[in-house]
Design a protein around this ligand. Structure first.
Ligand code: 5GP
Ligand code: ZN
Length: 118
């Protein structure tokens, strides 16, 4: 069972912010911003590559609810999901990083030539 499934099953503790039947939001253990929350589906889905649109519709509303719960909906925030090796996904259970609480940086993500891929 993956790490995030263990958090869903309460085998590993997490600092939960919001949950419903389908989704769970909890603080990232290694925050990269003053507010850094992870939002996951309770069922195991490997990544954004595998999620269907109907779940994303509900996930979107849940993430919006999380942003209100921690009072970053007006100041602004960033939602990120890492996919696969190049995306830097370490935990292979779909999760959205919700980052905020300060003005976030926006920098180059790679030293590679931005035009090089095409
Ligand atoms: P990824 O790199 O897969 O997109 O993000 C995984 C995230 O999970 C990282 O930001 C990391 O800090 C977080 N993380 C790893 N292990 C744990 C844990 O046991 N508990 C919590 N709350 N977060 C974790
Ligand atoms: Zn899982």
């Amino acid at each position: 069972m993956c790490l995030f499934c263990k958090i869903v099953n309460k085998e590993i503790p997490a600092n939960v912010i919001l949950e419903n039947d389908e989704f769970l939001a909890f603080h990232d253990i290694n925050p990269k911003a003053p507010v850094h929350i992870l939002v996951i589906p309770k069922v195991h889905i490997d990544s954004f590559n595998e999620v269907d649109g109907s779940m994303m519709q509900k996930m979107t509303e849940f993430i919006q609810d999380v942003s209100k719960e921690v009072h970053i909906n007006k100041s602004g925030y960033r939602v990120i999901t890492n996919i696969g090796d190049n995306g830097g996904q370490e935990i292979k259970h779909l999760h959205f990083h919700v980052l905020g609480g300060a003005k976030l940086k926006w920098e180059h993500f790679s030293d590679s030539d931005p035009q090089g891929h095409f």
